[in-house]
Each structure stands twice: as structure tokens, then as C-alpha cells.
Design a protein around this ligand. Structure first.
Ligand code: V47
Length: 382
């Protein structure tokens, strides 16, 4: 669709977004000042229109999803982050750590159509280096064809420490044991001020970025995230996105950006905070699409956005809904009221109602199935 630039710019002039429509329609890069203006503006609808333009330029009418499962292999954690409701110490109520056999069994019993397992957890030093190789081997033994997307930078940092050898050798071992790619978690927000307040034991922003760089240079794809809605300022959000964009300029290793809205329930330090509003969740998706011009995909992770926001996000910058998921624990422990699993039919319905075409992808965005309207496969899927 040809958007009327004059009308967009005169609206932008009234809502603090002057010059941004011109840059977006010309495919020019937005500055950090533009990004801050987008966070300050009340005109989320205009951000959505512009983000949709970029999203359709890149991906047309397609909305991606995959069929995946989650395995949170342990909730033991020694990081004690103030925002996390998932963490436990061994012996606490609800604390658990899965053996490699249990990880294998979880995969054997999981949806046979799943093409990806998303495997992340807390970190606890009693878990020695071989454990991490064994859970990867167990996953692959149970499901040889499944793509194993596992370990945030926080876990990789711990695994490297336990292995006590250079990152490249650790990555060699993990790859040989079955690791295929890595998710985007653990970055939280790259502000030293917020880190000191809420997650002082967790690695610094510099370390997260250094590890992501090394992992991309080694050849693994990863995703990237920002956890927002805690105590960070808007300037700190802009700085976070800018650091991701700079790294991506160098490595090209991020596949998708996932803004993660903070869920406060049961968290040690922030249970009093409100969940970011639906409008803020849509703003975060739109800004991600507009500012991260070098990241191919923007994911509306329905578990955390909620289903209605995920649907709307497909017309405000997002091109991906993540997957069918099952057994998600990190957000549900923090009060997420979304279902723990969606069927393929549920996802197709969400996408169709949003006026988009469902396309099943694998983890690295190769197309597995394209569904035409009324396709018998679609009618049959449950
Ligand atoms: O690292 C933890 C965040 C992340 C809370 O790469 C919280 O495809 C909100 O990274 N409220 C884990 N957020 C989830 C994650 C992820 C999810 C889906 C897909 C992908 C991907 C990655 O969740 C953590 C942390 O940043 N988190 N607690 C909370 N209370």
C-alpha cells in the first residue's frame, strides 16, 4: 500500500514523531533520538502503521510460527534476580532438577510434530559440565530430528566456567552433543543501574554481548530480547536496543527480537509493579521493528503478550508468533494467564483472524508448510 507521506508527517509533527515517517518510508536508519521519541509519543497507532510497512516490506502477508516444546530442565538458580518467579534453591518447595533420562522422556512423550525444543533453566554450580552435554545427548537420542535451541548467555557463561576451557572448545562440545542454536534470554535490560538494583549477581551487559559475539562468530544463530517494564528508564531501553543493533551490524547472528513484558506475580522484588499495558506491549513490538532494522524477524511471544495483543501485533511490526509451546514455566510462575499450549489450529485461527497467512517454519526460518485458505491440512489440524 502506498502510504501518504504528507499526511503521515503532519500527524507525526503533532505527536512528537516528526521526520520518522520520511525515514521509514525511505528505508533510512532511525537514530537513538528517534527511538526515544517513539517511546515518548502517545501515537502508538502511527508507530504501528509505520512498523507494519516495514514488516510487509520484509515478509509480505506471512505470519510465521513453529511447532515447539519447552523443557525448563531445572529451576535451581543462584542468580536471585528480583524479577524472577521461577527460581528456587534445591530443597525449596517446588524445586526440581531433571536428570538426562527425564529430559529424554519429556521429549519422547512430547508432541510428535514438534520440530524444536526450547531448553532453558536456572544456573546452579552443583550441575557439572558433563550434565549439560548429557541433557543435549538425551534430547537428541529421544528425538534425533528435533532442533535443540538451548541455553541463554547466562547458562553458557556458567557452562564455560564449569568446563574451564575456551568458548570455542565449549561450543565444539555442545554442538557435538546436539546443540543447534540458542535463544535470546538472559539479557534483561543492559543497564548497570538496574542490574545493581535487581540482578547484581547476573553477568554484565558487556559480558552478555561479548558471549553473543563469540557465539555468532563461531556460527550459531541466536535470538535477542529485552525485558521491559521493571525499573528501567526509557533512555535505558533505547540504549539496550542500540547495543543489540550495533552487535547485529557486526555479526548478523540474531534471527529475531522478542520484547518481553515484565510479569510481576510472585517475584521477590517487583510484585507491586503493574504489567505493561496492552498498548505498551504493542509499542514495544512496533519500536523493535522500526529501530532494529538489521534483525530479520520480530516475535510476538503470545505466552507473554497475551493472545489479543499477539494478534494485533501481526499488523504492528511482528511477523512471528513463536510456537505451539507446552509446559512453559518461567512466565506462568510469574502470573501469565495465557494457556500453556496452543494447538496448531488455535495458532492458524489467530493468524487468519488477523488477516495473515500462517506459515510453519523451523527454528532457522526455513519454510516447512505454507497454508492456503481452506487447505484440507488446515481443516484437519487440531
Ligand atoms: O531471560 C524472567 C525473562 C526470559 C520474567 O529466544 C521474565 O525464541 C517477564 O528468553 N516477567 C526467558 N519476563 C524467556 C526467553 C524467551 C522466551 C521465548 C522465546 C525465546 C527465544 C526466548 O524471560 C528470561 C528473562 O529475561 N523473564 N522472569 C518475568 N517475571
Amino acid at each position: 500500500m502506498d502510504l501518504p507521506l504528507d499526511a503521515l508527517e503532519s500527524r507525526a509533527a503533532r505527536t512528537g514523531l516528526m521526520g520518522i515517517p520520511t525515514k521509514v518510508l525511505a528505508g533510512a536508519r532511525l537514530t537513538t533520538a528517534d527511538c526515544l521519541a517513539m517511546y515518548h509519543s502517545d501515537d502508538v497507532a502511527l508507530l504501528g502503521i509505520l512498523a507494519n510497512e516495514v514488516r510487509e516490506r520484509l515478509h509480505g502477508n506471512v505470519a510465521f510460527y513453529n511447532v515447539n516444546i519447552h523443557v525448563n530442565y531445572t529451576n535451581w538458580c543462584n542468580q536471585f534476580c528480583g524479577f524472577c518467579a521461577f527460581q528456587r534453591r534445591p530443597g525449596d518447595d517446588g524445586a526440581y532438577c531433571m536428570s538426562p533420562e527425564q529430559v529424554g522422556a519429556e521429549l519422547s512423550n512430547a508432541n510428535p510434530e514438534a520440530t524444536e525444543v526450547h531448553m532453558v533453566a536456572g544456573v546452579w554450580p552443583a550441575l557439572k559440565y558433563p550434565y549439560f552435554l548429557e541433557i543435549l545427548r538425551a534430547a537428541k537420542a529421544a528425538r534425533p530430528d528435533i532442533h535443540v535451541k538451548a541455553f541463554t548467555m547466562v547458562e553458557i557463561d556458567e557452562i564455560e566456567r564449569l568446563a574451564n576451557k575456551p568458548l570455542r572448545e565449549v561450543l565444539d562440545d555442545l554442538r557435538a552433543a546436539g546443540l543447534d542454536s540458542m535463544p535470546g534470554g538472559g539479557a534483561e535490560v543492559f543497564s548497570e543501574r538496574v542490574r545493581q538494583q535487581l540482578y547484581p549477581k547476573k553477568m554484565s551487559a558487556e559480558r552478555w554481548l561479548e558471549l553473543a559475539r563469540g557465539i555468532h562468530e563461531y556460527g550459531f544463530k541466536t535470538n535477542c530480547t529485552m525485558l521491559y517494564g521493571m525499573t528501567e528508564t526509557l533512555e535505558e531501553r533505547v540504549d539496550h536496543l542500540n547495543r543489540l543493533r550495533m552487535l547485529q551490524d557486526d555479526t548478523g547472528g540474531f534471527q529475531t527480537y522478542i520484547p518481553l513484558a515484565f510479569h510481576p506475580d510472585n517475584t521477590p522484588a517487583l510484585a507491586h509493579l503493574p504489567i505493561p499495558s496492552p498498548l505498551e506491549r504493542l509499542r514495544s513490538i512496533a519500536i523493535g521493528r522500526l529501530f532494529l532494522d538489521n534483525v530479520p524477524h520480530i516475535k510476538a511471544y503470545w505466552i507473554m503478550t497475551g493472545l489479543a495483543v499477539a494478534q494485533a501485533a501481526l499488523s504492528m511490526g511482528a511477523d512471528d508468533l513463536d510456537g505451539t509451546v507446552s509446559q512453559e514455566k518461567v512466565y506462568h510462575d510469574a502470573g501469565a494467564s495465557t494457556p500453556e499450549v496452543l494447538s496448531r489450529a488455535d495458532i492458524h485461527r489467530l493468524i487468519r483472524q488477523a488477516g495473515r497467512q500462517p506459515v510453519e517454519r523451523n527454528t532457522v526460518y526455513e519454510i516447512i508448510n505454507t497454508f492456503a485458505e481452506g487447505d484440507p491440512v488446515e481443516e484437519l489440524c487440531v
